[in-house]
Design a protein around this ligand. Structure first.
Ligand SMILES: Cc1cc2nc3c(=O)[nH]c(=O)nc-3n(C[C@H](O)[C@H](O)[C@H](O)COP(=O)(O)OP(=O)(O)OC[C@H]3O[C@@H](n4cnc5c(N)ncnc54)[C@H](O)[C@@H]3O)c2cc1C
Length: 364
């Protein structure tokens, strides 16, 4: 027979989350009153730090009033060094930029990057390890958590304290408060749309973090690694990135074909926005799946979100509800999308879009 204390200990080890049985809150192993020191796995592209990483810094900054924040950048070559230099002044709260420059990090292989995070963590004690809830962050951080035998807290939308977080559950229909009481570092993926970056003052702009190159001579990859990099196909488009665009134009199943979906693309082009799609439109093959918005696609929070022929299923709404203004066009006046829309138009998209195209001024 297991005693209650033994059972609690076993559960704590397994979940590292808040456990309260019969009002008996057990031991808190981690001492969060000590200075918070955070390692952020940064994402960069073409020599620039991604906006989502800066939002992750904003989140890290709210963990405690006195915290040190280190950004970890990996990759190889001159674009990595350019990104590191930009990262050093991306936010006044970044204290250090750690650079892992090696062709081992040329490709985003999660196993190798998880090993790198663990390698860096061993050299210095970090109380928190963060990444954005992007497909890359969601691929790497759970592996880091597995290496450390701790439970990650994913998709954090609000930070209540250094060990208390809010995250959505049930496709965003409920919010859950999680208290981390684990023995190891607290591992978080951040829903970056919930942590907007505010403009910094000219004074703080001049604050630059130190840049340190990581000595990788002792870094070893798994010899029996089970994945290998095959290739990457990048859409050649001038449209803004869906995850950070200020305007998003989305089409649903109602578009009916690849050809018709081009109407959405043209409207997005005219408004300087990104193109999104529902899962039904992706599954029907109208657009590639990296354009899917929703619970299992991208989470967006643009200033303007326009949905054409989208019913408004909860899994889709989960990805758009932080948008500032939602406009919906649907021929069914009872479509659930109208419950979340700021402006709704009951009409046929095949009539509304051409009319909009005609009335909107030409892009300069
Ligand atoms: C586990 C899980 C995860 C999921 N994740 C996602 C996700 O990430 N993203 C996502 O989008 N979905 C997701 N889904 C699917 C989701 O449940 C819906 O099936 C999907 O969002 C519906 O897409 P839709 O609105 O394009 O199609 P439909 O539901 O078929 O709606 C089409 C709408 O178009 C309207 N319409 C038809 N013709 C016209 C016209 N000519 N003019 C104007 N309006 C018209 C109709 O009235 C209708 O409201 C997920 C489902 C599950 C189970």
């Amino acid at each position: 027979m297991m005693t209650r204390a033994f059972l609690l200990k076993a559960l704590m080890k397994k979940t590292n989350h808040l456990i309260s049985l019969n009002g008996f809150r057990s031991f808190s192993i981690t001492n969060f009153s000590r200075c918070i020191s955070t390692l952020i796995l940064a994402e960069h592209e073409n020599g620039c730090i991604k906006a989502q990483t800066v939002s992750t810094v904003v989140a890290a900054n709210s963990l405690s009033e006195s915290s040190s924040i280190s950004l970890l950048l990996a990759g190889s070559g001159s674009s990595l060094q350019e990104a590191a230099s930009q990262a050093a002044s991306c936010h006044p709260s970044v204290s250090e930029v750690l650079v892992a420059d090696s062709d081992k990090f040329e490709y985003p292989l999660a196993e190798t990057w998880a090993k790198l995070v663990d390698f860096v963590r061993k050299q210095r004690e970090y109380s928190h390890i963060l990444a954005c809830s992007s497909s890359f962050g969601k691929n790497v951080l759970p592996r880091v958590a597995a290496i450390l035998d701790v439970s990650p807290v994913t998709d954090v939308v609000k930070i209540l304290g250094s060990n208390e977080f809010i995250r959505p559950i049930y496709a965003g229909n409920a919010l859950c408060t999680v208290r981390y009481t684990g023995p190891g570092p607290c591992i978080l993926t951040i829903r970056t749309t919930s942590f907007p970056v505010t403009p910094v003052t000219a004074d703080s702009e001049s604050k630059k973090a130190t840049i340190s190159q990581i000595d990788l001579s002792d870094f070893k990859e798994d010899s029996d690694r089970k994945s290998r990099y095959v290739g990457q196909s990048v859409q050649d488009t001038e449209r803004p990135d869906l995850g950070s665009a200020r305007v998003v134009i989305t089409g649903g199943r109602a578009l009916k074909s690849v050809e018709n979906f081009k109407m959405i693309e043209k409207l997005a082009e005219k408004l300087g926005g990104a193109v999104g799609a529902t899962r039904a439109a992706v599954d029907a093959g109208y657009v590639p799946n990296d354009l899917q918005v929703g619970q299992t696609g991208k989470i967006v929070a643009p200033e303007l979100y326009m949905a054409f022929g989208v019913s408004g299923a909860i899994q889709h709404i989960a990805g758009i509800k932080d948008s500032k203004v939602i406009v919906a066009v649907n021929k069914d006046s009872d479509a659930p999308i109208f419950q979340v829309a700021d402006y709704g138009l009951v009409g046929d998209l095949f009539e509304v879009i051409p009319e909009l195209m005609e009335k909107l001024p030409e892009k300069k």
